[in-house]
Design a protein around this ligand. Sequence first.
Ligand code: GDG
Length: 473
Amino acid sequence: MSRLIVISNRVSTPKPRSAGAQGGLAVALSAALREYRGIWFGWSGGKTDEFTGQINLHREDGVTTATIDLEEQDVDEYYNGYANRTLWPLFHYRIDLAEYDRSFGSGYERVNERFAETVTPLVEPDDLVWVHDYHLIPLGQQLRQRGLRNRIGFFLHIPWPPHRLMVSLPFHQRLVRSMLAYDLIGFQCAEWLESFHHYITRELGGTVFDDGMIEVDGRRVQTAAFPIGVDVAEFEAAMETQDARNAFETLKRSLEDKKVVIGVDRLDYSKGIEERFLGYRRFLEENPDWHGKVSLLQIAPPSRGEVHTYETIRDTLDGLSGRINGEFAHVDWVPIRYVNQGYPREGLAGFYRASDVALVTPLRDGMNLVAKEYVAAQDPADPGVLILSRFAGAAHQLGEAILINPYSKDEVSDAIRSALTMPKAERRRRWEALIDNVRREDVLSWRHAFVAALAGDQVETPEPEPETGEVAV
Ligand code: GDG
């Protein structure tokens, strides 16, 4: 079996227990690296005065990591700048928040060159190389320029924007053309894949074949959807721990006999937390009989603190949760418990299990693993209800959730009421369909499918997507 070289922006050294918010990517990849011999390469998260290309090798828990430090200017321009202030908002359809600054673009290219230069000597001729996410789009081209002839694949964890939004990015063609250096490009779902295909045909005059192969100026690249999943076995093991039981008991005890609706998200505008609070307020306005009987527990660990927009969202949510609590609370009831910190995974598992409803309402999300974790954590005999944004990649698979438009306060409000009053038989019927998908399309099948396709095995053409337009309340 070929070795696998995984390259992503951040490398998180596997830890037996991961406190705080570990991104979805980190959770998925540490499991993958245990299975294939190989190396996980990326930025350590640390800074250095002068970039030297020095690699720190580390082996723990069956995973070899190779990390580099970056200069302050690199972090500002590449990570805080182009990745998080230009590409992240644009790819989440927020061109109003996207910032275009020449220094960001040049910092992004410089860091991609630095990655390529440092990782190239670690790659052996038979290795498969798997590049992850929007931080490293041009890396494949940089690796080719340094002579790598290996199979190189790229997986995008976030949405691919519609063609008409993509063209608002200065030098968009240069970025997309650099992707033609890959052998395989993977997306989370058919919708993002379709947007990419539109760009290829309309902007680059390329051809898209039925099997997902694209051809531009004689260069062929395989493209496909590979929906990422969760590690169900790992999650079930977390559920069995004492910490999970303690978290479950603590939440249950504090609620007395009240119902709880849970939200868990990195503090990010794409997650629709503000809109969720507004939808919940509408629910409280329209359903006075539920006052004192339900609480919204929102866990939102801060992320990307150095980017200004993230300070703004924090201020907005502090103010909004305070106002809603001020408006509706009684001496013995607070409608929103807004917690601005992360919890270990075991604790999170216990909180999911103790919650009657999960409110997962991103305005746009590549996939969304929280929705799948919530499903995996439920008691089969008495499962909770998942309310899910139809704009999350996960909605393509989790059609038995209550699918809503997160921009509509009315839909959110109606969905909360339906979820809280849903009979047990219907909860079980929906959950069984959901868990079936979460188990079948888990993180293992995701990485097997991607690696098999990268190794040159046949790629399955994705099934046509069902319409997720109707609100299944
Ligand atoms: C990107 C894409 C795609 C959250 N709070 C805590 C905590 N978390 C964990 C969750 C989950 C992960 O963070 C978040 O994953 P998501 O998928 O929901 O979202 P992103 O971080 O935006 O991930 C996304 C993903 O990549 C994978 O491809 O699904 O669309 O945006 O696992 O549990 N973990 C712990 N404590 C917390 O307080 N331990």
